[in-house]
Design a protein around this ligand. Sequence first.
Ligand code: NAD
Length: 374
Amino acid sequence: MRIAVLKERAAGESRVAITPETVKKFIGLGASVAVEGGAGLGAAITDDALREAGAELGSAAATIKDADIVLGVQAPDIASLAGAKPGAWVAATFDPFRNAALVDAYAKAGFEALSMEFMPRITRAQSMDVLSSQSNLAGYKAVLAAANEYGRAFPMMMTAAGTVQAAKCFVMGVGVAGLQAIATAKRLGAQVSATDVRSATKEQIQSLGAKPIFVENVAGIEGEGSGGYATEMSEEYRKAQAELVSSHIAKQDIVITTALIPGRAAPRLISDAQIASMKPGSVIFDLPVAQGGNVEGSVADQIVEKHGVKIVGYSNTAGHLAADASALFARNLFNFLSAFWDKEAGKPVLDEEIGNAVRLTQGGKVVNERLAAQ
Ligand code: NAD
């Protein structure tokens, strides 16, 4: 069983899908591991460190040759897979709802695409969930990036020269990233409030010592779809939420938006008029900027200034913490494959529940139900 890891080819991708720790663990299962030279450098992992752990380092062509399983952060294009075994598995993120052409190409080429974003949200798959591990880091980094652009301090400071007021920070969307953003802003000393469409988050917000901002008594407040994900809101709910948020937002110094609805563009949460209502010098960090953005006018990897407010957003927020993001991503992949490792067969054999959820292509066809339903 040969596991191959190529250098990530996507622009701005600094993460890597394997670390010396997981190289050792895969070898412990009886696999061999090949890594393209330089693949780990963006995450501060040297070729020597991978080699010492037992990996074979080489060119892209030598790495991919006869691979049974290819691991990636972002799925490699088909051309990079030339030389892998027919029917090889590729476990990576595919962004499948937005990458139909890539998924079709995998089917045509006969590879088995395993989409890590489609890991089911069940207890036993938590340790395999790359969305959670990466969102957690992204929520932390979002607050630091906003703090960096903010021309004032986060905590209240009483000094001999006078008092500095605590920053008011509002987090919109309280999933994995939002919860970490709340915790990080609290640690930095801000006054934190937060909102979500899922009413279950109210208690979570309070348990972190932040103030929940919620519309009450409006149909559609539950907002909970399957697997803990949000669904689209009723028109009535959206209007009520927008009014409440408008009055709240005008008083905020920092806003972190993290709202996502799987398979759809990120919902628009902040309009130009709402930005105009904020104080000059305020900062908005739009975490899902690459998925369409929650904030009107945000541009990935640029600081946009509107009405004196800075709007920031990275196309790859977790990638700004490449070492930790890679360590967790690589562990997620190892936890996934090792959980299904069949010692006799010397390879992983997926069960139905998780296999059917993550498998996009098999036997030359696109086979994923969630993708078909979209
Ligand atoms: P996500 O990244 O899909 O979305 C981020 C947040 O935005 C969500 O909380 C969502 O409700 C919210 N949102 C969507 N539309 C909004 C709007 N219009 N206004 C305000 N907020 C809006 O979410 P996530 O981080 O993946 O987490 C979703 C849930 O799934 C959480 O409860 C999380 O704890 C749970 N989860 C469970 C597992 C597991 O059991 N294995 C793994 C990961 C997450």
